[in-house]
Design a protein around this ligand. Structure first.
Ligand SMILES: *[C@@H]1O[C@H](CO)[C@@H](O)[C@H](O)[C@H]1NC(C)=O
Ligand SMILES: *[C@@H]1O[C@H](CO)[C@@H](O)[C@H](O)[C@H]1NC(C)=O
Ligand SMILES: *[C@@H]1O[C@H](CO)[C@@H](O)[C@H](O)[C@H]1NC(C)=O
Length: 400
């Protein structure tokens, strides 16, 4: 009954539908209180995410997501890079962490290392390309190279210049190394991954940077003097700076994916801007933009390929408070903050248990575009009704 009601409400409200395979989410697990991966499957589907990025190749997660159709980028941690120079170790790693789960779990990429170049550790950086090459060779040996690509995620700190976007350029000391990686990516048909956080720019200069500009709220924006292109949000300016930096090295066609972006709902006193209201605006507006399949001013026809950071608040992450508060969800599976319009359908109670799919489960989905809020329709349902509601949601998402 709840399902029918939900369907009805979606139909009358004009569904704002996320297309299949556009929203990605980072599933970080530096925490001791997260739900079991089985319980994360419905949670993830409830936000319409079809892609997940992991920082490792957690067997429990990869097993739980078998036959769900969710696409995975698995991670190979920085601590393994030097070992992977050894072709046998790379072959073992790919066999155990990738091949074993295929084809039931749809692993499509391996991110070798995370933000390696901006650690400024030349011996670690020196291991990056050889590790990527070994892993790729292992995939070729196992005849998996056509379905699984090899890449690495960079911090936006690899750029020396990011403004105006047309002036985007890599750090000079990194450009030789970046160029070699780019050549590898092009040869193997892999995307360039960048982690980009307008939050950091705002936090560093809250007086100079317009909050509306970083949160995708209406604002007058800026014009790039060289291209005359108009930017009304910082993330797009950052992405276009990356495109410019790639073009400057001669790589005009390489696809770019935003492997991380997000906004914390809480921070320390000196972390200006970290709040549930701002996190809601950033992530809800971003998800709306992704669903509209808009490109950036410089690449209007390229889909935004974005992985939101992150699925959960992670209580064991070191660093400032913001680091532990990027999640869309709390560990109990309830939303970390309301992403907007929240309509309860049927009888709803908030989650008290730590395993959401076993008790009531929040289903969150994008709301009507005609609504003035950039929010979500949020319902709760018990386990029994979950399957039917979620299959209707998925049906509608795929229908679009
Ligand atoms: C790495 O070097 C760059 C440029 O020299 C500097 O801006 C950055 O803060 C350094 N990063 C770390 C983690 O030391
Ligand atoms: C919701 O709960 C109330 C009592 O709390 C009950 O009267 C009502 O029938 C319930 N509605 C549905 C749709 O289950
Ligand atoms: C939700 O859980 C509460 C207790 O946790 C229970 O009383 C209620 O009936 C549940 N609602 C549904 C719709 O299953």
């Amino acid at each position: 009954m709840a399902s029918n009601l939900l369907l009805f409400m979606l139909l009358i409200s004009g569904v704002f539908v996320l297309r299949a395979s556009c929203l990605g989410i980072n599933y970080g697990q530096i925490a001791n209180n997260l739900p079991t991966p089985e319980n994360v499957v419905p949670l993830l589907k409830s936000v319409g995410a079809t892609k997940v990025k992991l920082y490792d190749a957690d067997p429990k997660v990869l097993k739980a997501f078998a036959n769900t159709g969710v696409e995975f980028i698995v991670g190979l941690g920085n601590e393994y890079l030097s070992k992977m120079r050894d072709p046998q170790k790379a072959l073992d790693w790919v066999t155990t962490n990738v091949k074993c789960y295929l084809p039931a779990t749809k692993i499509t990429a391996i991110a070798v290392g995370n933000e390696v170049l901006t650690f400024n550790d030349t011996s670690l950086s020196g291991c990056l390309l050889p590790a990527m090459q070994s892993i790729h060779t292992a995939l070729v040996t196992l005849n998996l190279d056509k379905q699984v690509c090899v890449t690495t995620a960079h911090s936006l700190g690899v750029l020396q210049t990011s403004y105006p976007p047309s002036a985007g350029a890599f750090r000079q000391d990194l450009s030789a190394c970046v160029a070699q990686i780019l050549s590898f990516l092009v040869k193997t048909g892999s995307p360039f991954l960048i982690n980009a956080y307008p939050f950091f720019a705002y936090k560093a200069s809250p007086k100079q940077v317009s909050l509306d500009y970083v949160l995708f709220q209406p604002n007058s924006g800026t014009i790039d003097p060289a291209t005359n292109l108009h930017y009304d949000n910082m993330l797009f300016a950052q992405i276009d700076a990356v495109y410019s930096a790639l073009s400057a090295l001669g790589y005009k066609k390489i696809p770019v994916q935003i492997s991380e972006t997000g906004w914390p709902s809480k921070g320390d006193e000196d972390e200006i801007g970290a709040s549930p209201e701002n996190a809601k605006k950033y992530n809800a507006n971003l998800i709306k933009l992704i669903a509209q399949k808009k490109g950036t001013p410089l690449r209007p026809n390229s889909d935004l390929n974005i992985y939101v950071f992150a699925l959960f608040n992670e209580n064991m992450k070191p660093g400032p408070s913001s680091e532990r508060n990027y999640g869309l969800f709390k560990p109990d599976g309830t939303p970390a903050y309301s992403l907007g319009l929240s309509t309860n359908i049927g009888n709803t109670t908030s989650n008290s248990g730590a395993s959401p799919a076993k008790t009531n489960t929040s289903i969150i989905m994008p709301a009507s575009p005609t609504s003035s809020s950039n929010g979500y329709l949020s319902i709760s349902s018990g386990t029994g009704r979950f399957a039917s509601s979620s299959s209707i949601l998925l049906f509608l998402w795929f229908l679009a």
